[in-house]
Design a protein around this ligand. Structure first.
Ligand SMILES: *Cc1c(COP(=O)(O)O)cnc(C)c1O
Length: 395
């Protein structure tokens, strides 16, 4: 039987996905489920989405042949430059898509949750663009740790609300956002920032991010005379930049898919975010997936030096890619990723986000042939991580 890697009618990727939500959230999620495909297929939606991606985000992002990197590793390496998107990463592709859906559902208020603040900034950005009220929930601890992103959100006109319960981090902010949505089902849309959450979020976010692999196809055809690379590689936190760069290759068996997770201080160190290897089946944020948990089912605190990979679960699409063997999963330590921040900067003049640096470290684990084409999704730029680089390397 042919395996399906896209979502099925019930919202599942193999054994994973679905919508495990409290009864009180059902109307909100159901309204979205009934409408997201219809809305995003409308000609007027496509036109507005494409126009904003082009004129506001700066798409298509270049597919750049990394000459010095290719020479050093004796293979053909291309970089998909999502770091050149407005706001510095791929996340804005999704927030643009979702705010256009929200407008068409008649919503005039947006909520979001954020950990490191990157998704909060991408959400505040599109709310400013559309003149829509924006409330971002953020753990009190994260607000202290991520002052520059809090300032950005405020400059953009968003209200940042502190989550003060529990560990005062991402999961508590998520709880607050869900509570808000339950109380405001009619006028509010909840923008989730990765391919996680109850169906239809993982599929909706993957579709908005799929512009990445759509562009890679024609760009590679122009440069190499073929649409398919031999390998496509991305880092995985929740999995949205990876989902976008794999999307149009999922059912192309000649394209090898590689997912790179954060091993933190090492897989066996107890301080890691290598979800696929360490995770067990369970439910987190409304979907059945692989997540890091104790034997009695309590979610384990994840750790990675990069805030964007520091998530205890992984999107259901990726759980399925892992279990079915469609994708190769590799994990990379903090130290390897940090070293690659320097290597890429000095070989190509590109300072990557620390999340992105993880993907490149695979070049030290895995050998590619001289005629093979390897595409890396360069998910974001390193400006936001400068302080971490400074502290780590005593720059
Ligand atoms: C948020 C972020 C990630 C991780 O999120 P995904 O949903 O897994 O893509 C990766 N890279 C950058 C630059 C990010 O900002």
């Amino acid at each position: 039987m042919k395996v399906n890697y896209n979502v099925d009618e019930k919202g599942y990727y193999g054994d994973f996905g679905g919508a495990y939500i409290p009864e009180m959230l059902f109307p909100n999620v159901e309204e979205l489920r009934q409408n997201y495909l219809k809305i995003s297929a409308e000609a007027s939606f496509k036109k507005e989405f494409d126009q904003l991606l082009r004129d506001y985000v700066g798409r298509p992002t270049p597919l750049y042949f990394a000459k010095r990197l290719s020479k050093k590793y004796n293979t053909k390496i291309y970089l998909k430059r999502e770091d050149l998107c407005h706001t510095g990463a791929h996340k804005v592709n999704n927030t643009i898509g979702q705010i256009l859906v929200a407008k068409r559902l008649g919503k005039n208020r947006i909520i979001a949750e954020t950990g490191a603040g990157q998704h909060g900034v991408a959400t505040a950005t599109v709310c400013a663009l559309m003149g829509i009220e924006c409330v971002v929930y953020m753990g009190e601890v994260d607000i202290k740790r991520q002052a520059p992103n809090v300032a950005r959100m405020k400059m953009l006109g968003a209200e940042v609300r502190a989550a003060t319960s529990g560990s005062k981090t991402l999961k508590d902010a998520t709880n607050e956002a869900i509570r808000d949505w339950i109380n405001n089902p009619v006028d509010t849309h909840y923008i989730i920032g990765s391919v996680v959450g109850p169906h239809p979020y993982p599929d909706m976010v993957a579709r908005f991010q799929s512009v990445i692999s759509e562009e890679i196809k024609w760009q590679l055809l122009e440069k190499e005379g073929r649409e398919n690379p031999d390998h496509v590689i991305a880092c995985v936190g929740g999995g949205s930049n990876a989902a976008g760069s794999y999307y149009h290759y999922l059912n192309e068996p000649d394209v090898n898919i590689i997912a790179v997770e954060a091993a933190g201080k090492g897989i066996d160190s107890g301080e890691s975010a290598a979800t696929s290897v360490l995770g067990k089946e369970g439910v987190i944020h409304g979907s059945r997936t692989l997540l890091m948990q104790t034997p009695d089912g309590q979610i384990t605190e994840p750790y990675s030096i990069s805030a964007g990979l520091d998530y205890p679960g992984v999107g259901p699409m990726h759980a399925h890619l892992f279990r079915s063997g469609r994708a190769e999963f590799i994990s990379v330590t903090d130290q390897e990723a940090m070293d690659w921040g320097i290597i890429l900067s000095q070989l190509e003049g590109i300072i990557p986000a620390i999340e992105t640096s993880h993907a490149f470290a695979i070049l030290d684990h895995r050998k590619f042939g001289p005629e093979e084409i390897v595409v890396f999704n360069l998910s974001g730029r390193g400006d936001k991580d400068l302080n971490t680089y400074i502290d780590y390397f005593k720059l």
